[in-house]
Design a protein around this ligand. Sequence first.
Ligand code: HEC
Ligand code: HEC
Length: 345
Amino acid sequence: MKTINSPNGKIVIVIFSFLISLYLLSENSHPFLSCKSENITIKKDSIVPWQVPEISSIADNTEGTEIKLGKSIFVDTYRYIGPDVKDVSKRFAGTNMDCQNCHLKAGTLKNVFGLIGTYTRYPEMDTRSGKIINIQERINNCLMRSMNGKAMPEDSKEMKALVAYIKWLSIYVPKGTRTEEQGIPKIQLLSRAADTSSGRMVYLGKCMTCHSEDGEGALNIPGNIDVPADSMKGYDYPPVYGEFSYNEGAGMYKLLTAASFIYSKMPYHYSELTVEESYDVAAFINSKSRPVFKDAGKDYPDLKLKPIDSPFPPYSDSFTQLQHKYGPYGPMLKEGEKSIMIKPE
Ligand code: HEC
Ligand code: HEC
């Protein structure tokens, strides 16, 4: 106190405040310094490149055998846990689809639900259930929804193998780091609702040849598979609607997710659709009948965290269910979020 009252003390305080103001100003306005503070945030969870481990690096031991089994289950799911396998107790998936029908190239392809870095993030807060879930629960979510099946016990051989494989996919993504190419890219917003009748025309012209006229896909011809399988009924082209497709609780049943996936990757190997065609055809396939998921309305217990394209009420806003299902989404974005691009959840 004494020093403050003395003339020297005042000078010290004035100089001190001046230096503080300079510092604050520079933090907010100086490009170099703000760049520096960004670096500090990134350091907390640094970004590592999308690096796919080499299959040849899998050791020839018990652990390696489990990883390889996990990969086979991921790629040929129907042979191990499909609805037609001989051992009835192993029929966990409700369809003969494979995990890689959506997680392309055994989950190694970036920007299409690739799983490099997934293992590192779990356990993770899951807004859909409103709780923290582990990797086994996340896999079971895909089994119950995307594959219209039932949950697999966490200690089953098949679950352990899938987890071992997914863990191995992240060997170059240690704790405290992450990849940037997970999930699916942002897609441009349409200023209109998606149109299922235009979508039907896109489907007939550009999808039907592979996914078939009734959306049920095409099973492979048993003679064509080189490995003797327990169940022979995998798909050459997976179903996109109908009783063997993903159910209404699946991520793909949300318009933005489906439109973005289709825009980036379909028709397979060509990806030649416009943004509008992608929305319309996604709306068309999701307007057709598919298995229900009875608890879909209970998803996202915190309504404020519900994705705008969730087709099931209740909602925290006053837009109709139809607008949530088909858009337009622009008006639903909150102030400050306005953008022509949107990231599907
Ligand atoms: C040349 C054949 C071909 C065409 C044409 C094609 N797809 Fe696919 N599609 C595939 C294959 C193959 C997969 C599975 C990918 C894998 O297993 O690697 C797939 C996967 C999908 C999936 C995810 C899995 C599922 O069944 O739900 C959707 C959705 C899909 N396609 C939609 C479309 C739409 C919409 C079109 C038309 C714009 C289209 N596809 C055109 C071959 C094709
Ligand atoms: C019909 C398409 C589809 C099929 C089939 C499918 N999934 Fe998924 N999966 C998704 C979608 C969509 C997501 C959400 C992606 C996201 O949140 O970025 C997802 C997410 C995941 C995640 C979490 C990814 C992350 O980084 O948080 C895991 C793990 C996963 N799936 C595993 C599997 C396994 C194992 C199978 C097979 C048993 C499977 N999936 C089958 C569509 C599918």
